[in-house]
Design a protein around this ligand. Structure first.
Ligand SMILES: NC(=O)c1ccc[n+]([C@@H]2O[C@H](COP(=O)([O-])OP(=O)(O)OC[C@H]3O[C@@H](n4cnc5c(N)ncnc54)[C@H](OP(=O)(O)O)[C@@H]3O)[C@@H](O)[C@H]2O)c1
Length: 280
């Protein structure tokens, strides 16, 4: 698997090993996957049956200023890994994002995005991840693209971690109410990726935490479970400007029977707090 030192990747590697799989992880120090020869050499060295591809350029705001770099990692490296896997007859399971959607869901009330909904990324990160999806599908017919959202887990930068630190330091915080998505714990996503790796289902799959909430509601639940009394004030995306636009609505659901279902996002928050506490 790629991106093995990352927030999701290290969890996938540990879970694959716990399943008794002969799992091997690679990350940037082992080689830069934007170089096709590096991707090919790494895969030829390890001859996997399946590659779980977690390596990515994930900084949504920085991608706006560095779209070429984001494209190299999210599209070119993905193409390289997919092609190298195809040459070895190996399957690829790659991770993508809810940010391939623009959030302008016309249905009222809005319904979750399913796999067949048209994509229309708002920003550079979503554009480059969508280019990666297209490249992977084009280079390896034996592919599963798992779109996920609002990911959090130990071992990486994520929103709940930021808010727990803010909550411990401050009496009140302000969090946006007008962006709604599907928070996903890495410990719930990882087994779904491994199930997809073990299956022969092809195409795009929506694999995000069950249910939906705003960043504000996520913070309220996080503080409740963590026993923090910090007040959570409401703000809006317009008041809380960031370099990259985010979809106002990016709730994911699946319309495919083969898609592994993830538990509710609230369970993921509770598990994440346990994981932080116990280191497991
Ligand atoms: N985080 C989210 O909220 C979120 C939401 C939806 C989808 N996703 C997707 O989930 C996947 C995992 O995300 P994550 O949060 O676990 O990311 P992460 O912690 O940043 O892990 C990605 C790993 O890929 C490595 N990498 C970057 N460029 C590389 C290259 N050219 N060659 C080889 N390795 C490279 C990174 O190394 P360095 O750290 O040294 O750069 C890092 O270890 C990604 O596909 C991401 O797009 C994430």
């Amino acid at each position: 698997m790629t991106g093995a030192a990352g927030m999701l990747g290290h969890r996938v590697l540990a879970d694959a090993t716990a399943r008794g799989w002969d799992a091997i992880g690679v990350d940037l120090p082992d080689g830069d996957l934007t170089d096709p020869a590096v991707a090919q050499d790494l895969l030829e060295e390890h001859t996997p049956d399946a590659v779980v591809h977690c390596a990515a350029f994930v900084d949504v705001d920085r991608a706006e200023e560095h779209e070429d770099t984001a494209l190299a990692v999210n599209a070119d490296a993905s193409a390289n890994v997919a092609a190298a896997a195809a040459m070895l007859g190996a399957r690829i399971v790659a991770v993508s994002t809810d940010y391939v959607f623009d959030g302008k869901m016309l249905a009222r009330p809005p319904r979750p995005y399913v796999e067949s909904d048209p994509t229309a990324p708002l920003g550079a990160y979503g554009r480059t991840k969508l280019a990666g999806e297209v490249a992977i599908a084009g280079h390896n017919p034996n592919h599963a693209i798992a779109r996920t959202a609002w990911l959090f887990g130990v071992g990486g930068k994520n929103f709940p971690d930021t808010m727990l630190k803010a909550g411990a330091a401050r009496d009140e915080v302000a969090v946006v109410t007008d962006q709604v998505g599907s928070p996903t714990w890495t410990g719930h996503l990882s087994p779904a990726l491994l199930d997809l790796a073990a299956s022969d289902a092809v195409g795009v799959f929506h694999t995000a935490g069950g249910g939906q909430c705003s960043w504000h509601a996520l913070t309220v639940e996080l503080y409740r479970l963590a026993g923090l009394a910090t007040r959570v004030n409401e703000t809006t995306a317009a008041e809380f400007q960031r370099p990259a636009p985010r979809p106002a609505w990016s709730v994911l659901a699946t319309e495919r029977d083969e898609t592994p279902r993830l538990p509710a996002w609230q369970d993921g928050v509770a598990e994440y707090l346990n994981e932080r506490e116990n280191g497991s």
